[in-house]
Design a protein around this ligand. Sequence first.
Ligand code: FAD
Length: 396
Amino acid sequence: MPTITLDTLGTLGTFQDSAPYDYLIVGAGFAGSVLAERLAEGLGKRVLLVDRRDHIGGNAYDHLDEAGVLVHRYGPHIFHTNAQRIVDYLSRFTEWRPYEHRVLAQVDEHRVPIPINLTTLNTLFGLSMDEAQAEAFLAQRAEPVDPIRTSEDVVINQIGRELYETFFRGYTRKQWGLDPSQLDKSVTSRVPTRTNTDDRYFTDQFQMMPLHGYTRMFERMLDHPNIDVLLSTDFRTVRERIPHRELVYCGPIDEYFDHCFGRLPYRSLRFQHETIDQEQFQPVAVVNYPDEAVPYTRITEYKHLTGQQHPRTSVTYEFPCAEGDPYYPVPRAENAELYKRYKALADETPGVTFLGRLGTYKYYNMDQVIGQALALYQRIAEQEGVELKAHEVEPG
Ligand SMILES: Cc1cc2nc3c(=O)[nH]c(=O)nc-3n(C[C@H](O)[C@H](O)[C@H](O)COP(=O)(O)OP(=O)(O)OC[C@H]3O[C@@H](n4cnc5c(N)ncnc54)[C@H](O)[C@@H]3O)c2cc1C
């Protein structure tokens, strides 16, 4: 992968009239890397990709830790999607390992499947219900709420207060630093409740992990003579020094505008990584801790995700916090309003396009961010009058 340094940049800075780069892209996560690859390979553009971290891959970055175990530095990333097109695109850069994600929740002395399913209910309540009985059981507990506005409303309306308090209230309060009654209904709407024994966390058609890890996949994506990568460099320190024609910014949109309307709130995480002298630590990749008295939200053991054979194992504890790297846009109406003001400002700022999870202040999974980058590529290609092949065109 062609990487350059700030010293090389010193010489580039002399190209005042003829910009050496067609595109300067900020952020080497999925958004920036997919767009860089497409522009370079599809349209022959010269691209400089800048990231302030010392690695590519954004939050999906993985690496071998000191013990030689492949771990995800920013928490577990599981690839899942219903879009064949996204799978086909990534398959140019990686082979896959089939993997279906399963999560358990620690409730008192029990470890039960989450999302809640028939096994969860039977274990917690000491019952042996079948599917129909479980449906009646939940219907009896549900407390109708109308209208449904918040994350609390969604769950209580569906499964009642006791299960809400067991699984959702403490976890959400830890994760977001807010009570579910203060959060948009979208947060808990994503979590289904099942009355069958399906214990998969995701139900998407495609669920898998890149066989040699995410970072390897990014390396292959960015291995192109038209792409230069500049790491450990904040865009703000080089924006005047890099001649370019177009800018695509995948960092936080409020930061780009010097927080002129105030800060967009993000929830952050502190990751505590540990290696343990045993082959396996827990039965599945992720165990959630909904109890508010436990300071972390979940523990991840990576070998379940990667299939790596190793006599030791590495795990990560996640401690949500207010300060730190911006991970999760906080879904509240007032934040959406504040984002709209930045978006309006962005729309009237020429020469820059905002992309990705931070650039558009939206909780996106990896496949959605890839879709967003491919859609932007399609728009750019169309503007340039380049005809794309059928498989490159967004359906609908
Ligand atoms: C804990 C956690 C778990 C997740 N698990 C999953 C999962 O299982 N499945 C899934 O599909 N998705 C998951 N996601 C979501 C996934 O991480 C995102 O969809 C994806 O990383 C978004 O890619 P991006 O390129 O938009 O942003 P990022 O990956 O955040 O990349 C943005 C990059 O921009 C850089 N940057 C920002 N500002 C500047 C600047 N001023 N100068 C230079 N560089 C800058 C940052 O350093 C960063 O590397 C998870 C997210 C988190 C936080």
